[in-house]
Design a binder for this molecule. Structure first.
Ligand code: LHQ
Length: 242
């Protein structure tokens, strides 16, 4: 239900249940978690990209789940290990979003570091329409990205918004014409993968620093490591030579 490929330093994780618009079932979610762990360990993967096969990124939780299941247990056991793996990954995670993104599919996309979005994408908060709260870390990430009142207004309404509105909300890193979307996503990911992995991962870590002082103390370590890379030394030499 997922498809993994590695090319030019990019690990592609494609949700692959196109007939169900990549609805998230237990098998798929567990496979995703394992894949993220594998990408994290694999030195050939410098950047992770999440995408969906077919006409959507993801329609959210597979609603053929038994409605008398204990959703709390399901979240704890199936979603939370995955969203923790995404949150704690040292590598950049890019969500490539097209078509439709709904419910828990939206939560996964919001867990990525950046979102490259095709213009025709529709964003659906979905949850309230079936009487549920937003889950899978979605509210946490929404709070970082957009105003609290607008986030609540959107989640309470359950409305579907277009990509321009999502961009205004702060949910979109880069909006791309549909015709250019795949090409742009690939070049974005491969360009990032070609940069110094220590500097790229360090930037991410420092953006996550819990406080000003923690940031300062962490940058000491990161800049020391970066200063000791060939990429840096060669770039300095090239600058001084010119
Ligand atoms: C689907 C789904 C789907 C199964 C399309 N499941 N089959 C919830 C529960 C428990 C615990 C954990 O957390 C959660 C969190 C959540 O994620 S709640 C939100 C769940 N998602 C939704 O409520 C969205 C449901 N889907 C839709 O509203 C529509 O399908 C959208 C607006 C996404 C797309 O509409 P259309 O473009 O008109 O496509 P479609 O509805 O015709 O769907 C195509 C097929 O995919 C269809 O199957 P079929 O066999 O009839 O061709 C759908 O049944 C299936 N599908 N979403 N979530």
């Amino acid at each position: 239900t997922i498809q993994l490929t590695t090319h030019n330093g990019v690990g592609w994780l494609k949700l692959n249940r196109p007939k169900k618009l990549n609805a998230l079932n237990e098998t798929l979610l567990r496979e995703m978690k394992t894949a993220i762990d594998e990408f994290e360990q694999d030195d050939a993967v410098r950047v992770i990209v999440l995408v969906g096969e077919g006409r959507a990124f993801s329609s959210g939780q597979d609603l053929t789940i038994e409605s008398d299941a204990d959703y709390g247990e399901y979240l704890e056991d199936v979603y939370h290990p995955l969203v923790r793996a995404l949150f704690s990954s040292r590598k950049p995670i890019i969500a490539g979003i097209h078509g439709v993104v709904a419910g828990a599919g939206l939560s996964l996309a919001l867990a990525a570091d950046v979102r490259i979005v095709a213009k025709s994408t529709k964003f659906s908060s979905a949850f309230i329409k079936i009487g549920l709260v937003a889950d899978a870390g979605g509210p946490y990430h929404l709070r970082r990205l957009m105003r609290d009142d607008l986030a609540l207004d959107w989640l309470w309404s359950g409305s579907t918004i277009d990509s321009e509105a999502a961009h205004t909300f702060g949910l979109v890193t880069e909006l791309v014409e549909d015709a250019m979307y795949t090409e742009r996503l690939t070049s974005y990911a491969e360009t990032l993968a070609a940069k110094s992995p220590v500097a790229v991962q360090g930037m991410k870590a420092l953006m996550r620093a819990a406080s000003f002082e923690e940031g300062l103390s962490e940058e000491i370590e990161w800049q020391r490591k970066c200063g000791d890379t060939d990429v840096h030394r060669q770039a300095m030499q090239a600058f001084l030579m010119k």
